[in-house]
Every structure is written in structure tokens, then in C-alpha cells.
Design a protein around this ligand. Structure first.
Ligand code: FUB
Length: 309
């Protein structure tokens, strides 16, 4: 290769990088017409990617007033559709009388039904009365109806449900807060624990926001840490969905919000990290969901996410 062709090749490569990063970067935060946080991303059988997010209410009062979950979907990671509100605290009969506190949710699909899991207090004394509600629908983004809460789950600071369904169809329930992360199998009805909750061993500095995914036969548990006022997302790996886990490190550095919360999903052959930041509002409790590409090393460990703007 002569000098000119080498220069040309470098320029083409640089243009390609600028173009691909630039196009993707324009989308962060990718929801801009309302404040959204705690994105749980899933690819459902119709081939679309859905994000179940919580909704920060403006003006905020901490995270107290959060309510009215929305669902967003895409088929190209560029154009997003807001499917509208799917559930509010007014529809939760067993919930805290004053409403609010509709925190980080998740959704799972089994045998024609979508199960929407959400943490919500049942009493005025909110942080001592957390429960995990389940709403169901035959559609991924509408007609959800509350079915009550999961018995035996909840209590002080126990929030952020995540439901993972393994390749053999077995569903697992994870959740936690205030340094405690627990999990158990779910029964086929997806609304009852099958056995006792057990502590997830091996996590370092767990705070909240548990998320599970599987890649090449290895399970990953990602979570927010206790880095004060600026949580980071950490992760651990295991050969077993219920651990014990081997702590691996930080994969998302602080985003500027007090909290951090994310999910990881593969879509059309590319892995993505979803998270939230405060770049639109400048306020830690008025957050906006973002997504960036996620890359793995040869040994399965995760490379630190480059947060695009
Ligand atoms: O958004 C409310 C709470 O803040 C979530 O449940 C936590 O994960 C944190 O993001």
C-alpha cells in the first residue's frame, strides 16, 4: 500500500467511526419529551425491543412522586415509539394510599402473557412497606391489569424486581436494596415464589437495581453500588443463575445522577447497555433514559461503557 492509499484507508475508517458514533450519539437521551428512569429492556417475539421505564415527575420531590409507567419500543435503535402510560398508583388497590413511589419495574413474557413487575409501598411508612406488584396483559405495552403482589417478598428497602427466564423456561425472581440482594425460582404462574428467597453471594458493594442476563452459557448480575451521590453500575458473573457470583468490576461509571440503574440486552447481534442520566434537566431526580453499545472481552468480562452525548 502506498502512502496515499494508506492515508485514504485511515480517513475512511475515521469517517466511518465518526458517522456510527455520531448517529448513535444523537439519540442520547433517546426519550426527550418526558423524564424517564430505570430502563428495563427486552426483545419480544415480534422482533421489537421494548423498554419499560419509570417516570420522574416534574417538579420532583426526591423519588417520592414517581408514577405512571410508560413503555417505549423500537426496531432500529434510532426511532422510538412511546406506547403511553401502562399503570399508575391509582390502579393499585393494595398500594400506599397517598400514591407515588412507582419505582424501577421489569417485564417478563411467558405463554402468551406479559408480566409487569413493579416495586410499590403498601403503606404510608413507605420504606418499610415495599411490595412487588404484578400486572398482566396479553399485549406488551397496553391493557395491563394489576393482579396483586408476590407473597413473601418485600419489606424495608427491598425494591427493583428483575425476572429472568432461562433457556429451559425456568423463571427466576431477583430484587433488593439497602445492601441486600435476594433471588428465588418462580412458579409457572410467574406470581409465586417456588422455594425460599436466598441471598446472592459474592457481590461487592451491592446497593440496588439488580439485572440478570445470560451470554454464552454464563450468567451476569449487574447492579448499582453505594458510591455516594453518584452510583456506578457493577457486575458479577456465575455459571449458576442463583450464584455464587464472582465480582468483576464497574462497567458504567457515574452518570451524574444520585442513582444509577441499567439493563443489558442483545438486539440484532449487538449488545446494549441501557441506563439513565440527568443531561436534559441537570437535576439528579429528573432523569432520562440512554443507551450505548456494550462490548465484551474474550474472557467474557465487560468493557466500560462509553457514555455518548
Ligand atoms: O427510580 C427510583 C429508584 O431510584 C429505583 O427504584 C432505583 O433503582 C433508583 O434508580
Amino acid at each position: 500500500m502506498n502512502k496515499i492509499s494508506r492515508l485514504l484507508a485511515v480517513c475512511i475508517q475515521a469517517l466511518f467511526m465518526i458517522f456510527s458514533i455520531g448517529v448513535f450519539a444523537q439519540e442520547n437521551p433517546f426519550i426527550t419529551h418526558m423524564y424517564t428512569a430505570d430502563p428495563s429492556a427486552h426483545v419480544w417475539k415480534d422482533g421489537r425491543l421494548f423498554v419499560y421505564a419509570s417516570h420522574d415527575v416534574d417538579p420532583p420531590r426526591g423519588c417520592d412522586l414517581m408514577d405512571k409507567y410508560h413503555v417505549f419500543s423500537t426496531d432500529d435503535m434510532v426511532n422510538w415509539k412511546d406506547h403511553g402510560e401502562i399503570l399508575s398508583s391509582e390502579q393499585v388497590e393494595w398500594g400506599r394510599p397517598e400514591g407515588g413511589f412507582m419505582w424501577a419495574p421489569d417485564c417478563a413474557y411467558k405463554d402468551g402473557v406479559y408480566y409487569f413487575y413493579y416495586p410499590h409501598p403498601s403503606g404510608t411508612d413507605w420504606n418499610n412497606t415495599w411490595k412487588v406488584g404484578v400486572a398482566t396483559s396479553k399485549k406488551p405495552a397496553k391493557n395491563f391489569k394489576d393482579q396483586g403482589f408476590i407473597e413473601g417478598v418485600g419489606g424495608f428497602a427491598m425494591i427493583d424486581p428483575c425476572v429472568f427466564i432461562d433457556d429451559d423456561g425456568q423463571a427466576y425472581f431477583y430484587y433488593g436494596g439497602g445492601s441486600k440482594c435476594e433471588a428465588a425460582k418462580l412458579k409457572d404462574n410467574m406470581m409465586e415464589l417456588d422455594g425460599k428467597l436466598q441471598p446472592m453471594e459474592g457481590l461487592e458493594d451491592f446497593h440496588e437495581a439488580a439485572w440478570i442476563f445470560k451470554r454464552k452459557g454464563i450468567y451476569y448480575l449487574t447492579y448499582a453500588d453505594n458510591n455516594r451521590g453518584n452510583n456506578q453500575l457493577r457486575y458479577a458473573m456465575s455459571k449458576n443463575p442463583l450464584g455464587p457470583w464472582e465480582y468483576k468490576g464497574i462497567y458504567l461509571e457515574p452518570t451524574g445522577c444520585d442513582t444509577s440503574h441499567g439493563s443489558v440486552v442483545e438486539y440484532k447481534g449487538q449488545w446494549y447497555a441501557f441506563y439513565h442520566n440527568k443531561s436534559i434537566s441537570g437535576q439528579g431526580n429528573l432523569r432520562s433514559v440512554c443507551v450505548d453499545k456494550l462490548y465484551f472481552n474474550e474472557d467474557g468480562t465487560i468493557q466500560t461503557v462509553i457514555q455518548t452525548k
